[in-house]
Design a binder for this molecule. Structure first.
Ligand code: MF3
Ligand code: CO
Length: 248
């Protein structure tokens, strides 16, 4: 069941979205070679709690941290670790979720560490572009399948592939609500998005094959060919004539 949010509820989601964005901005300023992903997790935890908010990932199905930190061939859900030292030449995706006054925000960015390969630079850029292509012309009445179609078209036109095993999602008082929001699909298919629907659109784009492997820690997801992957996510709400991005 898809829950339509009222203007009052959207106002609350705007607040949690803003905190979510601020966590990622903070990490963007602080992230550098030599830090561990655990350092970033601590930074996020301290910041979120200092805002009077709660890190939604912490304890979610037993997840042990406040952020996911996924380096290079890790697609998503990398568990922060003291052993994961960030190095020049890597791309690091940071995913964070926040609950504030009972409402959720969820967003991710992929950060470039120092000088990276041309392939990684392009992958990160195209992954962000996939999100923005997906929200172009998105409004009340747009078929859900148009999102996946646009993400997939742009990724594949650039020689990259779209992860199928994980998808975006509705969001509100729960982190994961209906509908599922795949990053692949056909134009004109699926339910019509309506004003007041809130969704997290999160392209996960691989440099090589789309297939992924699930790690034995129960969380980490890596590309099957171990080539790099990038992730970009925002929480948005559908309006009459477009969308509002709550986490940017
Ligand atoms: N952004 C991710 C998602 O939409 C975050 C989930 S990680 C978890 O599913 F640890 F919270 F599960
Ligand atoms: Co999400």
């Amino acid at each position: 069941m898809i829950k339509i949010k009222t203007d009052e509820q959207i106002a609350l989601m705007r607040d949690s979205g803003k905190i979510t964005k601020n966590v990622l901005d903070l990490i963007g300023r602080e992230i550098r070679a030599g830090m561990t992903t655990k350092d970033l997790d601590k930074l996020a935890y301290e910041f979120i709690t200092s805002c009077g908010a709660h890190p939604s990932f912490l304890g979610y199905s037993g997840y042990p941290a406040s952020i996911c930190a996924s380096i290079d061939d890790m697609v998503v859900h990398g568990i922060p670790s003291d052993d994961a030292v960030i190095k020049e030449g890597q791309i690091v995706s940071i995913d964070v979720g926040v609950i504030y006054n009972g409402w959720q925000g969820d967003a991710a960015r992929t950060f470039i560490i120092g000088e990276v390969s041309e392939e990684k630079r392009k992958l990160v850029k195209v992954t962000e572009e996939c999100f923005f292509k997906a929200i172009e012309n998105l409004r009340d009445g747009t078929p859900l399948g148009d999102i996946g179609f646009k993400v997939q078209s742009h990724a594949e036109a650039n020689g990259f592939s779209v992860v199928r095993a994980l998808v975006g999602h509705g969001i509100g008082q729960e982190m994961h609500e209906d509908p599922s929001v795949p990053n692949y699909g056909k134009k004109g298919t699926g339910i019509r998005l309506r004003k007041g629907m809130a969704i997290a659109i999160e392209p996960m784009i691989n440099a090589g094959v789309y297939q992924v492997d699930f790690m034995s820690d129960g969380w980490g997801v890596r590309t099957r060919d171990r080539r790099p992957s990038a992730h970009y996510e925002n929480t948005i709400v559908i309006t009459d004539d477009g969308v509002e991005i709550l986490t940017l």
